[in-house]
Design a binder for this molecule. Structure first.
Ligand code: CP
Length: 315
């Protein structure tokens, strides 16, 4: 059964989405992706709507692609910078959000270092809240753009073998991807140093594999994760050199994957640590394609949360 609208006014995590809703977002991204290929990259879909981009943690890809998605749909974007705002004087998250809300935005896109910050805003604000990454919890639009990219290359998720390698423990990207890919019928394998593979990750739908070579063997998709040194309080592995030696993806390790396997990385990359440059820049890499697809997927999310599907259904 196909659906025409999302049930929630917020996008807080993959856990809230059904298979049909994920399909709807990916199909809508397919249609809206065309806008970015036109000479005039603008449509009036969100004219008169305001989006606050509230990024308390640094971002290159997510923030830029949300902003471009908003501009390509003619929304008004307000980019909130914590370092140059009263947030840096100790104003609370809720007071900041309420003050921004007093200026009547329809959406707040939030990235925050604390897991649950978007859920907290969703409980207390009337705007539509979009999670752009909360601590080590979820990064739903990243998983959606990854799924969109995979679907473009592999057509179907059922039976697909996806190896996610690296720092699983600190990765909201891993969590959202495991949830989404498992829900869509893929086989998800995770591998990393035992200290960076969280206990209970199997409950999300992943299989833990100890040797990286075994995880890559026959994989259709090899997804690398960044070693998040900024989130590590103590030594999770002896050295970056040792990490690269035992867990890094190079051409020899990648040769174990399926002959048409693709390489993904959400960025930013630590070249020479989790991935070598020849592999990252090679012809099986879709890393920059993921970034391009991020705009279409975020356009779709904004469009559907703004009621686009409902309008279509009613037309
Ligand atoms: N993939 C991702 O979230 O990248 P940024 O941190 O640059 O937004």
């Amino acid at each position: 059964m196909s659906i025409a609208a999302l049930k929630s006014p917020h996008l807080l995590g993959i856990t809230d989405l059904s298979v049909d809703e994920i399909g709807l977002i990916l199909d809508t991204a397919e249609s809206l992706g065309d806008v970015s290929r036109r000479e005039i990259k603008k449509v009036p879909i969100l004219r008169g709507r305001t989006v606050v981009n509230f990024f308390v943690e640094p971002s290159t890809r997510t923030r830029s692609s949300f902003e471009l998605a908003e501009k390509r749909m003619s929304a008004d974007s307000l980019n909130f910078s914590p370092s140059s705002s009263s947030f840096s004087k100790g104003e609370t998250l809720l007071d900041t959000a309420r003050n921004l809300e007093a200026m009547a935005p329809e959406f707040i896109v939030i990235r925050h270092g604390q897991a649950g910050a978007p859920h907290f805003l969703a409980r207390h604000c009337s705007s539509s809240i979009i999670n752009a990454g909360d601590g080590a919890h979820e990064h739903p639009t990243q998983a959606l753009l990854d799924a969109y990219t995979i679907r473009k290359h592999k057509r179907s998720f059922a039976g697909l073998r996806v190896a996610i390698l690296g720092d699983i423990l600190h990765s909201r990207v891993a969590r959202s991807n495991i949830l989404l890919l498992h829900l869509m019928g893929a086989e998800v394998l995770v591998c990393g140093p035992p200290t960076l593979v969280p206990r209970g990750v199997e409950l999300l739908g992943a299989h833990v594999v100890r040797r990286v070579e075994d995880a890559i063997e026959g994989a259709d998709v090899v997804m690398l994760l960044r070693i998040q040194l900024e989130r590590m309080q103590s030594g999770f592995f002896p050295s970056l050199r040792e990490y690269a030696r035992w867990f890094g993806l190079d051409a020899i390790r990648f040769s174990r994957a399926a002959s048409d396997a693709i390489i993904m990385h959400p960025g930013p990359m630590n070249r020479g640590v989790e991935i070598t440059s020849d592999v990252a820049d090679g012809n099986r890499s879709v890393i920059l394609e993921q970034v391009s697809n991020g705009v279409a997927v975020r356009m779709a999310v904004l469009y559907l949360l703004a009621g686009g599907g409902e309008r279509e259904a009613a037309a």
